[in-house]
Write a protein that binds this ligand. Structure first.
Ligand code: GLY
Length: 422
């Protein structure tokens, strides 16, 4: 099987790593890929910028399966174009990708189908005064969500009216997120613990992957600025059967019913960002793809061959049995460039000396040919790589990841030391 994987982050490296282990996979085309996929067996990077070029690559090479990693190309309709070209594809079409591309669209969908979610009000930029009046009347903290894609910067939590006012000003007047912030949702804050539940959907059949928890803040004990994710563990130890049942009844099933009612043939990955309150579970957001960095913890836990699984998904033929996972836990720690999520330097050489069982997934690093001829990795992004340990329990998995980290070095590297501490 020839597989194309679209994207160039840690998530895509983890997908390529797992796909490469399949005897069914002959070659992986990664667009654009990164320094990690470049070194993955069977995998070759294609640094193509446009969607058209990527689709052409798939057509020219008679790709058997396309897997779209990031939300950007999904929201732009890449899955529709690939399917029209006859290529089995993992990823929803443009209309369903709006579940991630527009938070207002997603909320309307949740309300239409009775999906359990927090109360909210929606305001357009032209209703700035009304929004200001509204935030005078509500309880705090409150969540402000920009409608459009914002690379993880669109959701903010405010403890006071003054903070919420400043955020509305930033979005509506200063337009810090451009058009993405022209419509906002002002949403009730739900106290609790977050869990990420990712399911595979083939149009009819739904198969949940093992749950996960991601660590969004830059600082230990969940302090400091929000990031793209500083680590993940899987399974999420707080996601008990009670929450799972409530999720299935009040969130998953109504969502799938909603997709059917709207005649959406959803063939892809659906991510539920959930909040577990004391007795209930609420949907905070949908993503229409694998989570990052959750994938770097979840995929190493998957016992099944990923290639036939995703191929069957794309053809609408997922098996009915629950997915087989290792009996244990995964801990994935992200290593970032010093300064991230603010300014940081790039082009710093990375030294990796890894005689240990853990897996490394590269995110923001590229290979450069050294004079010796051997490729070497240099940092090229804020989140540079993740190290994942898988073991019989969470403590051992985290120990494995942190021990491996001692063997990876680059100037200014930063990582949280509390991933997996509950
Ligand atoms: N970890 C959250 C996300 O992938 O959006």
């Amino acid at each position: 099987m020839k597989v194309m994987v679209v994207g160039g982050g840690g998530r895509e490296h983890a997908l390529c790593w797992k796909l490469a282990q399949s005897r069914r996979v002959e070659k992986i085309f990664c667009t654009p890929g990164n320094g990690g996929t470049a070194g993955t067996p069977k995998c070759k990077n294609y640094p193509l910028a446009s969607l058209q070029e990527q689709v052409q690559l798939a057509v020219d090479n008679q790709i058997d399966l396309a897997v779209i990693g990031p939300e950007g190309p999904l929201v732009m309709g890449m899955a529709d174009i690939l399917r029209e070209a006859g290529i089995p594809t993992v990823g929803p079409g443009k209309s369903a990708a709006a579940l991630e591309g527009s938070k207002a669209f997603a909320k309307d969908f949740m309300i239409r189908y009775g999906v359990k979610t927090a109360d909210y009000r929606r305001f357009h930029k032209s209703e700035f005064q009304e929004a200001l009046q509204y935030i005078e009347t509500i309880k705090y903290p409150v969540v402000v969500k920009a409608d459009g894609l914002a690379a993880g910067k669109g959701v903010t939590i405010h403890k006071t009216k003054a903070e919420a006012r400043a955020q509305l000003h930033a979005l509506f007047v200063d337009e810090v997120l451009g058009e993405s912030g022209h419509t906002v949702l002002i949403e009730k804050f739900i106290q609790g613990r977050e869990v990420s539940v990712i399911v595979l959907v083939d149009g009819t059949q739904v198969l949940p992957l093992i749950s996960a928890m991601d660590y969004k803040r830059i600082g230990e004990n969940d302090t400091g600025l929000n990031t793209g994710g500083m680590g993940a563990i899987s399974p999420n130890p707080f996601y008990t059967d009670m929450y799972r049942k409530k999720f299935e009844e009040s969130i998953l099933n109504p969502t799938i019913r909603g997709l059917k009612s709207e005649n959406i043939d959803y063939r892809g990955v659906l991510y539920f960002g959930l909040m577990m309150s004391k007795e209930d579970v609420y949907l905070l957001e949908y993503n229409v793809r694998f989570g990052d960095p959750e994938t770097q913890a979840i995929i190493p836990m998957l016992e099944e061959d990923l290639a036939p699984l995703l191929y069957d998904l794309a053809l609408g033929q997922l098996h009915e049995d629950p997915l087989r996972c290792y009996d244990g836990s995964a801990c994935s720690v992200v290593v970032a460039s010093g300064g991230y999520p603010g300014e940081y330097r790039s082009g710093i050489p990375i030294q990796i000396d890894l005689p240990i069982a853990a897996s490394i997934f590269i995110a923001g690093a590229q290979e450069r040919d050294e004079e010796s001829g051997a490729g070497r990795l240099y940092t090229s992004g804020g989140r540079v790589l993740s190290v994942t340990g898988v073991d019989r329990d969470l403590t051992s998995a985290c120990r494995q990841a942190y021990t491996a980290l001692e063997n990876i070095y680059f100037e200014g590297r930063y990582y949280r030391r509390d991933i997996g501490k509950l």
